[in-house]
Design a protein around this ligand. Sequence first.
Ligand code: FES
Length: 123
Amino acid sequence: MTRYLVGSISELTPGSKKIIQAGGRSVGVYNLGGELYAIRNLCPHQSAGLCEGITSSFVTSTGPGEFCFEHEGEIARCPWHFWEFNIKTGQMMVDPKVRTKTYDVEVERFDVSVDEQQVFVHM
Ligand code: FES
């Protein structure tokens, strides 16, 4: 398994994302409430840059005029046809058999004197 540098942890504040090139692939790295996740920036529908869409919630409804927002800030919505994927699992929200690849993310302190931490993705 090879690891690729994402950048400094200070670039990935909660709620933010960063798209990197790693091993010939485009990968989106997300900070969801302090936890880091990485998914392939490739929509399984028609190969759009999945991570280039908005990060949102999954909206459900039990009836007219009633809405519930689930997985707040944990959904990657494809910019082309709006398929939605759970960033934590890579699974499509309405059909979990469809998924985009997920990757492990590691945070490493490289210079204790400045208390700086680097983020790596494993592929
Ligand atoms: S290419 Fe992503 S939803 Fe169609």
